[in-house]
Design a protein around this ligand. Structure first.
Ligand SMILES: *Cc1c(COP(=O)(O)O)cnc(C)c1O
Length: 430
């Protein structure tokens, strides 16, 4: 559910008319709804309330704007981080290191040292070599590193191949067959403290059973480790998917109850995972990223040109794949909604493309959309997760501004980059 809807013919985010945002900050621009982010967090937390000892660690790689992090700090969230830079962001947003778990297959010694000195909750370790490295760094710092091992349950969760992580062919985690011996090794290292077990089966998963299957497969190991080493937590990771199609309808609570479309509600997710998780008798961590912010953001863009070839009609817009790479990278779908509600129901089949010099620079291919003319403004819906954070300055295009809406108020929470920003730090040799 989310807070984007047409009111009197204008697309609004909460109480703010998106056309007025486009006029004041220009396009392209990202806009986020504070109410939606908070609502998603609270709804998930409420669904998981039967687990009295739980911690929701927002996977901030999905959207790491300081204002978004600060909003979640105020809700009581922890954070799942994947780099030293992300920890720095959490601290600058007012968050606490001791509510951060540090994931990722390639942590550097510098990042490990920084996270350790800041006092993070746990390192989620992805390989035996990483375990040795953390032990070394902790030894040098005279500290003990809290660790969990990421175990790959070899569960097939249906999603795009680039965002599936829980199969043995993926680069993530340690195989279930080897996990016990890696824990034994961890227990023998003097500068480590075993604190938990972590798993994450993938992203944009719209069915609950694979999560339960992962828990069930890991339960014997978790119980064994609990009695051997006194585990404190189990993390089931993130991965709860969102609705990308029907994105305006999906803002309406009634639509969620109507049973139409493929969706995974927090309640359906909780119904499947709470019982198997309770059995573990541990603190349970959740690491949702996309679920919290995905439907809470849109990318505003303006139509520049129309162009036809003998086989295609193109609509060229001012946002590009450097601003939102999901369609090019994962065949991601974003609904396209004009900021001024069309008065005619006529649709035409077009490709909506950006200005970047790549054939992969498209937002829609052969899609029926309302008739769009130069100057019309559109919203690419559900762009709050893996949107701005994955953007680049490819083609020397400055990074976009980000706007946070709260009720009737819109705040620019990140300025648009300038051309001077683009060349900052560069130099021509003497
Ligand atoms: C990416 C990631 C997440 C978040 O995934 P979503 O699909 O955005 O919920 C959680 N945990 C880990 C370890 C991740 O790598």
């Amino acid at each position: 559910m989310h807070s984007f809807r047409y009111v009197d013919g204008s697309l609004k985010c909460e109480g703010v008319d998106l056309t007025s945002v486009a006029e004041s900050v220009g396009t392209p621009a990202y806009v986020y709804s504070a109410e939606t982010i908070r609502g998603n967090y609270r709804r998930l937390d409420a669904a998981l309330a039967p687990l009295s000892d739980r911690m929701i660690c927002y996977a901030m790689k999905a959207n790491s704007n300081l204002s978004v992090l600060n909003l979640l700090v105020k809700e009581g969230a922890g954070f799942d981080i994947v780099s030293g830079g992300e920890l720095y962001r959490v601290l600058r947003a007012g968050g606490r290191a001791d509510r951060c778990t540090f994931a990722g297959v390639g942590k550097t010694a510098e990042e490990i040292d920084y996270a350790l000195r800041q006092g993070i909750y746990s390192f989620n370790v992805e390989s035996e070599e990483e375990l040795e490295r953390i032990n070394e760094v902790a030894g040098r710092a005279g500290l003990v590193a809290p660790i969990a091992i990421r175990v790959n349950p070899d569960v097939d969760a249906p999603t795009h191949k680039y965002i599936s992580t829980g199969k043995s062919k993926n680069k993530f985690g340690i195989g279930l067959d080897r996990a016990a011996s890696v824990y034994a090794r961890a227990a023998s290292l003097p500068h480590l403290r075993i604190k938990g077990l972590q798993t994450h089966i993938g992203s944009q998963i719209l069915k609950a059973p694979p999560f339960a299957e992962a828990i069930t497969k890991l339960t014997p190991l978790v119980l064994e480790l609990k009695s051997a080493y006194g585990l404190e937590f189990f993390s089931i990771g993130g991965g709860v998917g969102i609705v990308y199609h029907d994105s305006l309808e999906s803002g309406d609570p009634a639509w969620w109850d109507s049973g139409s479309g493929e969706r995974l509600t927090p309640e359906a997710y909780a119904a499947e995972v709470v019982e198997p998780l309770k059995v573990l008798g541990l603190r349970i961590l959740f690491e949702p990223g996309r679920f919290i912010v995905g439907n809470a953001g849109v990318l505003l863009s303006t139509v520049l040109y129309r162009k036809s070839t003998p086989t295609k009609n193109f609509v060229v817009v001012d946002a590009g794949m450097n601003d939102l790479i999901r369609p090019a990278l994962y065949e991601g779908h974003h609904e396209i909604e004009p900021l001024v509600q069309p008065t005619s129901a006529t649709l035409e089949k077009v490709d909506v493309v950006g200005p970047v010099c790549e054939s992969g620079d498209f937002f829609a291919q052969d899609r029926e959309v309302p008739v769009l003319s130069p100057g019309d403004r559109i919203a690419l819906m559900s762009a709050g997760a893996y949107g701005f954070v994955m953007s680049s300055t490819y083609n020397a295009r400055p990074l976009l501004p980000e706007v946070l809406v709260e009720g009737d108020k819109a705040t620019v929470v990140r300025e648009r980059q300038t051309w001077d920003d683009l060349i900052r730090g560069e130099k021509i040799p003497d």
